[in-house]
Design a protein around this ligand. Structure first.
Ligand code: ADP
Ligand code: MG
Length: 366
């Protein structure tokens, strides 16, 4: 016990510290009854009649898991006498990290209680994921830049000689073969352009832009690209703020998102594009996801397509991740979108479910 000045009431301080810590602290006995808790960290609403020791702690702290809870950290600490840490998911609160410590009897022979510190780590996990994604992108960007450069040179040779052959050959069968070479060269070049976009970190062609103008310029092309079976609905805020950005990069973002929406609606549907000004303050939930408070222009792209389950959403920005057939998807569209948005100091938010369509919000700082 640390030495305290005589006028300080240690019990009072410990009690207040215990009551006000932001994490939930719990002490359980061998029957897993809660003998003490500060009921904080998301558990403020646990009704009084559930705080008295019944039901056992598992039903209160991880109601989403089967009881008895096989991976219970308290069970483990009672058995081993050593601290342990476990993570579990609480459907209402989020991802929780539970650190469990033994409390021994006075002879320090037997564990009589286990103390648990339950901390909501959802935001931390989200930031860690973002960081890993950024690092992954950096690696891919480096590789892409090198690859794209060498590839481009090779493609110039392939395309150039393809054309010479096409002109020199007279037999239709061989001419067709030469045309196929040129066609493959053109398609490979689009791929290389994407790789270059990922790899290019120097380009900074920032200018004052009105996102509405950009969308209106792209509207015709988008309608052709999407086909008659998809309705395009533009809802543009006429008072939209001007942003600074790279026009061709932002066009790329819009087109990539529109193409994905098209691919998700093979039998037709609706693509809604909305622009709006939005002020993000300190209390906005997105603030926790790495968005700096301030004024933003928000571009929302919403489709009525087949949507995505959680597993696809987890991987959507991964370079080369695609669910499309070989030759149809490159898995680079969303990586490019991610990189461009990050370069613009923006943020991308995704909302989707299997069968329920997809809404993507792009936040661009003003
Ligand atoms: P690609 O389109 O080449 O497959 P992307 O990086 O653009 O690569 O997208 C990766 C994957 O994310 C797609 O294969 C698809 O499964 C999913 N996806 C992206 N956008 C949507 C959307 N609007 N609706 C449903 N799934 C989508
Ligand atoms: Mg795509």
């Amino acid at each position: 016990m640390p030495e305290l000045p005589p006028n300080i009431d240690a019990r009072d301080i410990y009690y207040r510290l215990f009551s006000h810590l932001p994490d939930c602290l719990v002490v359980v006995d061998r029957q897993h009854r809660v003998v003490l808790s500060n009921w904080r960290g998301g558990f403020e609403d646990v009704p009084l009649d559930k705080r008295g020791g019944q039901p056992p702690c598992a039903a209160i702290f991880h109601p989403d898991d089967a009881i008895p809870f096989a991976a219970c950290p308290a069970t483990e600490v009672f058995r081993s006498g050593r601290p342990t840490t476990r993570k579990f998911r609480h459907s209402r609160i989020g991802i929780l990290e539970c650190r469990a410590f033994p409390i021994f009897d006075h002879a320090v022979e037997e564990v009589v209680y286990v103390a648990l510190q339950i901390c909501n780590i959802s935001d931390r996990i989200k930031l860690e994921k973002d960081l890993i994604l950024c690092q992954k992108m950096e690696t891919v960007a480096c590789m892409a830049a090198g690859l794209a450069h060498d590839f481009n040179n090779l493609l110039t040779v392939v395309g150039g000689f393809g054309k010479i052959l096409q002109n020199a050959l007279t037999e239709p069968r061989l001419q067709k073969a030469a045309a196929a070479i040129i066609d493959a060269e053109q398609r490979a070049r689009t791929l290389v352009e994407r790789l270059m976009m990922i790899g290019d970190r120097r380009r900074e062609q920032s200018e004052q832009l009105n996102l509405n103008d950009l969308l209106r310029d792209l509207e015709g092309m988008m309608r052709t690209m999407l086909g008659n079976h998809i309705k395009v609905d533009l809802q543009l805020d006429e008072n939209l703020d001007i942003i600074r950005g790279d026009r061709s990069e932002l066009e790329q973002v819009i087109l990539n998102l529109a193409i994905n929406a098209r691919d998700a609606m093979p039998a037709g549907g609706r693509l809604t594009i909305v622009t709006a000004n939005r002020q993000i303050d300190n209390h906005a939930p997105l603030h926790d996801q790495g968005l700096i408070p301030g004024p933003y222009v928000v571009l929302t792209i919403c489709d009525t397509g087949h949507g995505m389950d959680d597993l696809i959403q987890e991987r959507i920005f991964d370079p080369f991740f695609t669910t499309k057939d070989n030759g149809k998807g490159t898995g680079l569209g969303m990586s490019v979108v991610f990189i461009i948005i990050k370069r613009h100091h923006g943020h991308i938010a995704l909302q989707s479910s299997a069968g329920g369509g997809t809404t993507i919000e792009v936040y661009l700082p003003r």
